[in-house]
Structures are given as C-alpha cells and as structure tokens.
Design a protein around this ligand. Structure first.
Ligand SMILES: CC(C)(COP(=O)(O)OP(=O)(O)OC[C@H]1O[C@@H](n2cnc3c(N)ncnc32)[C@H](O)[C@@H]1OP(=O)(O)O)[C@@H](O)C(=O)NCCC(=O)NCCS
Length: 212
C-alpha cells in the first residue's frame, strides 16, 4: 500500500497540506478531510458505517484480509478530524484495478467524500500501472453510477442476480485507458472542481442511502 497521504482542503476545494487552525469566513472551524491508508485501527468505524449503508455488510475478517495484502490491494479511509466518514478499496492485478467497495456515512453523503476517495484510488491505480478500472454497481444505484460516470466509467454489461440477497442485477462498468494523459487531465479537472465540505447532515436529514 502506498504511503501517499492525501489531504483535501475542503473550504478551498484544493488538495494539499493546510493549516488546521484557520477559520472559514463564517467563523466556523475549518473542516479538512484527509484520505489516508486504511489501518486496523480504522476498522471498527468502517464496519459501523458498512452496517448502516449495505444490506450485506463486509465482515471484520474480510476487511482484515484485504488490508493485509498490500501488493494487490489498496484501501483508504476519509477522515474529518478523528472521525472516519467514508472508505474505499480496490484490487489491482495485471493492468486492471477493480474497485471492490466504496461507502460514505449517511450524514456525510453528497459532500464529495466519495469523489475524493475515488480520486485517490484512480491515482494509485495509475501509479501501479493499471490501464483500466472496473467495478460492479446495483442497476438501481443511479447516484453511484453518476459518480462513476464522472470518472469515465461506462456500462459494459449486466451480471444477472449478482446481488442475490436482494435479487438485483449488477451493472458492470469500466473506465478505460486510465494511464493516458487524457485521463490524468480528467482527474485534475475533478480535483479542481472539488467544493467545500459544509456541515454534516443533521439527525434525520441524511439523504436516502442507495444500496450497493
Ligand atoms: C454512493 C456513495 C458512495 C456516494 O458517496 P458520496 O460521498 O455521497 O458521493 P459524492 O458526494 O462524492 O458525490 C459525487 C457525485 O456523485 C453523484 N451522486 C452521489 N450520490 C448521489 C445520489 N444519492 N443521488 C444522485 N447523485 C449522486 C452526484 O453527481 C455527485 O455530485 P454532486 O453532489 O455534485 O451532484 C454513497 O451514497 C454511499 O455510501 N452509498 C451507500 C453505499 C453504496 O451505494 N456504495 C456504492 C456501491 S457500488
């Protein structure tokens, strides 16, 4: 797993290290989201989010197995201060990176957290010489599909009853040629458009979470 430590300055929307003690124009404390490699110490929080957003949550054992295979896996968490608010991971083998999971706590959804996590995964996939990115998503999960479309993913097929626990098909999506300058420019464009984080959604106001 890379030692890359991505920090996104959410008030300015720019990547890079920032002073933590500065204040926003409204006087509120600066909110900074950091994307850092997932460690064992994050897993309790990751599992807690996983159980809130997925009908068939991954187990602790599965996450442990994933994060202890750094040669072929890369997992990250997004943190606001000490709080884990989202996570994502992928498997990289023979030129292909397969996004295995991505999730954001309901109260932090629609703040660009997943966008930041995917930026990290896509950049790491490029560093690891992957030429293509792929993933599966529920056919009904149009919100996630919109996010993936932004990263150049296009539908390539359907896996029937892939999510058998809820009897739903998976849309298979691919982003091709991620090693090219064109794709690097796409990622730079996404990063340039990142917006400030804003406060978390209040209790009972979280957007409906689409299923995996
Ligand atoms: C899908 C998920 C990871 C998105 O995380 P997020 O941090 O809310 O996503 P972002 O804020 O980065 O959204 C980026 C873009 O994706 C699209 N998008 C994300 N969620 C959406 C939703 N619920 N409805 C419509 N569009 C959505 C939008 O285009 C959004 O940009 P915008 O907010 O500027 O309009 C999150 O909703 C989640 O954890 N869902 C439950 C688990 C899940 O479905 N995981 C995906 C498995 S394949």
């Amino acid at each position: 797993m890379t030692s890359v430590r991505a920090m996104f300055h959410l008030r300015s929307g720019r990547a890079g290290k920032v002073a933590r003690k500065s204040k926003a124009a409204d006087g509120a404390p600066e909110r900074v989201v950091e994307v850092v490699p997932m460690r064992r110490s994050h897993l309790k929080s990751v599992i807690a989010i996983e159980r809130r957003i997925f009908p068939s949550p991954w187990s602790l054992g599965l996450y442990l197995s994933e994060i202890t295979q750094p040669a072929t896996r890369a997992y990250y968490v997004a943190c606001v201060g000490p709080q884990v608010v989202g996570y994502a991971g992928m498997m990289v083998v023979v030129g292909e990176a397969h996004v295995t999971n991505i999730g954001v706590a309901p109260e932090w959804q629609r703040h660009g957290v997943a966008r930041r996590l995917l930026l990290q995964l896509a950049r790491e996939a490029r560093q690891r010489s992957a030429q293509h990115l792929t993933l599966e998503v529920r056919v009904s999960n149009v919100g996630a599909q919109a996010l993936y479309h932004e990263f150049g993913f296009v539908p390539a097929g359907v896996r029937k009853n892939y999510y058998s626990e809820v009897h739903e098909d998976a849309l298979v999506m691919w982003a091709h040629d991620i090693h090219t300058d064109d794709y690097r420019l796409r990622l730079e464009g996404i990063e340039a458009r990142l917006r400030p984080l804003g406060p978390p959604h209040g209790a009972g106001q979280a957007p409906a979470a689409p299923e995996k």
